[in-house]
Design a protein around this ligand. Structure first.
Ligand SMILES: [Mg+2]
Length: 219
């Protein structure tokens, strides 16, 4: 059985990553909810992702770092979902191929993005993924992002699968997919045209995955 696991940002959602403004707004909302008033410099760090600085500032302000992080992740998900609903951020026009792949073999969504957003996108796009795995809203969860194969391996365990293809738009997807023992497919998008990667497959469109599933299942 060949399962096909898909990355999300830059594969389904247009653009390679979440807009930094989403995290800035999320941090501000979390800080307001926790009722603290950081210095401008502290706020700048809270809007970014550097754990050590965030932990230090949380200690200085007397708030729980884990709680701040969880809130920030939650509000970042809300901001991302708003942008999708409003059409500010779109999806690529070839994503229906994912549905067709799913009619032939188990499919999964495995992303560095937040679990809450991964679940939203699966629902929003209307795909019947057999597994959806994004990062957990903890410091530890953040550290397990690709190129660490952790979430890919977790999804494979969930599917009871050992073989398959990981489809992504970034070199770290290829590193993580290979580390998890999968074939890899590098998907060309406007933002990664010139990237040189050593993937098993180099794709111009998600529609090309259909033939990969056919060829890998034939004797
Ligand atoms: Mg990506």
């Amino acid at each position: 059985m060949t399962v096909v696991l898909f990355d999300m940002d830059g594969v389904i959602l247009e653009g390679p990553r979440t807009d930094p403004q989403v995290y800035a707004d999320a941090a501000d909302t979390a800080l307001a909810e926790l009722d603290v008033d950081p210095t401008p410099r502290q706020r700048r760090d809270f809007r970014d992702h550097a754990h050590e600085r965030i932990r230090t500032h949380c200690d200085d302000l007397g708030i729980d770092p884990a709680r701040f992080w969880e809130l920030k992740e939650h509000y970042a998900s809300g901001g991302t979902h708003d942008r999708l609903r409003s059409g500010e951020r779109g999806t690529y026009d070839d994503i229906d191929a994912i549905r067709e792949v799913g009619e032939r073999t188990p499919i999964g969504l495995v992303t560095n993005n937040r679990q809450e957003t991964a679940e939203f996108v699966a629902e929003y796009a209307g795909f019947d993924f057999d597994v959806v795995r994004g990062r957990d809203p903890t410091f530890e969860g953040y550290e397990r992002r690709k190129p660490d194969p952790y979430y890919i391996e977790d999804a494979l365990a969930d599917l009871g699968a050992a073989e398959g293809i990981y489809v992504g738009d970034s070199p770290k997807d290829i590193t993580a997919g290979r580390a998890a023992g999968l074939e890899t497919a590098f998907l060309r998008r406007p933002h990664n045209r010139k990237r040189s990667v050593n993937a098993t497959h180099d794709l111009e469109s998600l529609t090309e995955i259909l033939s990969l599933v056919e060829s890998s299942d034939s004797p």
